[in-house]
Design a protein around this ligand. Structure first.
Ligand SMILES: Nc1nc2c(ncn2[C@@H]2O[C@H](COP(=O)(O)OP(=O)(O)O)[C@@H](O)[C@H]2O)c(=O)[nH]1
Ligand SMILES: [Mg+2]
Ligand SMILES: [Zn+2]
Length: 354
């Protein structure tokens, strides 16, 4: 095996390798995903790859196909100039969301991320309710969140501290760091927090300074940011796809384009972890089937009344819970229809062949 460790290959993955598959295939990591192709690496250099027919046709949902950060079984050809991907290796973590629009399905964002940087700028972009949405997604994926408050050069320091406090009030365990690409504040601290062999990703609305941060970390203007005009950015990377970038110190970082919609579906662990105190409160309600709307002895209503729980936070929790349940229901209905349709085709084919 070549230099897989430099791409983050660890015992966790090694222990989950299929012995039969490793006997015939190589292991590689997905660097980026394009329309019908992939770029993968198994150490040095990046290789253009496609999916095997078997993998394409046996995939039941988006989750069965590789995404950026995935470890895959692959065969390399012609002096490692192209490759075929045969399967996805068990994922340690997975970041996904509901596809935007009415269609109820998953979209994979990235796999095997160790730490997710949720970036919000301290100016107009800052929003605790949106932050909760990101936290649910990140917790659901089994990923450690770190909150980065960007553009702290734009507001006075005491304002930044207030914002920091409000973030800690909803996610006390998370690391929260304010920084500025402009003044350089805390750029070195963020850089030094990136560990060898670990994979990080940048999440957050478009325009908050994610790609500029990536450039600050790299110490070069390798990736085009929004301030660069379309003409200027010709031939340079823009954040349209998700790409795994190897940093000088052996850490890896995935920059993502801004997501306008952050839909949730079947987010159980993510909801529980993000809103743990609400769940704990609900267990103290007098009635086990308490709807927390008007019942006497409702701990949640009491906590809101006493100012211990923010009403907006509880409303956001309820909204996301309803949304998640609704989406999950639509999804399972859709899956059932797809299955029935598949059965219908199969039985039609059978009777034809008879
Ligand atoms: N004031 C200020 N502006 C910044 C900072 N970082 C980025 N910007 C600007 O914010 C805009 C969006 O930056 P970009 O990195 O493309 O955001 P992205 O969409 O999150 O990747 C650009 O015009 C940047 O110059 C910062 O620390 N302070
Ligand atoms: Mg960007
Ligand atoms: Zn209650």
């Amino acid at each position: 095996m070549e230099n897989l460790e430099s791409l983050g290959y660890s015992p966790w993955f090694k222990n989950r390798i299929d012995a039969d598959k490793i006997a015939i295939h190589d292991v590689a990591r997905v660097i980026s995903v394009h329309k019908d192709s992939y770029v993968i690496a198994k150490g040095f250099g990046e290789v253009f790859a496609e999916l095997s027919g078997h993998l394409t046709y046996t995939a039941n949902s988006a989750s069965d196909l590789p995404t950026t950060g995935d470890w895959v079984y692959a065969d390399f050809y012609d002096d490692d100039t192209h490759a075929i991907i045969h399967g996805v290796i068990s994922r340690k973590t997975l970041l996904k969301r509901k596809t935007s629009g009415k269609l109820v399905d998953f979209q994979l964002i990235a796999a095997n991320i160790d730490v997710a940087f949720i970036v919000q700028s301290v100016d107009y972009n800052f929003n605790l309710r949106r932050l909760e949405r990101y936290l649910v997604m990140v917790h659901e994926g089994g990923i450690t969140p770190v909150v980065l408050l960007s553009k702290c050069d734009l507001v006075p320091e005491d304002e930044v501290n207030k914002i920091k406090k409000s973030v800690l009030s909803i996610t006390p365990q998370a690391t929260v760091t304010a920084f500025s690409n402009l003044s350089g504040e805390n750029i070195d601290a963020i850089k030094n927090s990136l560990l060898l062999g670990q994979t990080y990703c940048l999440l957050g609305s478009s325009g908050v300074g994610k790609t500029t941060l990536l450039n600050s970390i790299l110490g070069s203007n390798q990736f085009a940011t929004q301030s660069v005009s379309k003409k200027e950015s010709k031939g340079r990377h823009t954040t349209t796809s998700r790409e795994l970038i190897q940093l000088g110190n052996g850490a890896m970082l995935i920059d993502t384009p801004g997501m306008r919609e952050l839909g949730n579906m079947s987010m159980d662990a993510g909801m529980e972890e993000t809103f743990s105190e609400i769940l704990a409160l609900s267990q103290n309600c007098k009635f086990s089937n308490c709807s927390h709307t008007n019942e006497k002895g409702c701990s949640i209503l009491a906590a809101i009344n006493e100012g211990e729980l923010s009403e907006q936070r509880y409303k956001n929790y309820k909204k996301m819970k309803n949304e998640s349940e609704f989406n999950e229901m639509s999804y399972s209905e859709k899956r059932k229809k797809d299955k029935d349709f598949g059965k219908l085709i199969k039985s039609t084919l059978k009777s034809k062949n008879r």
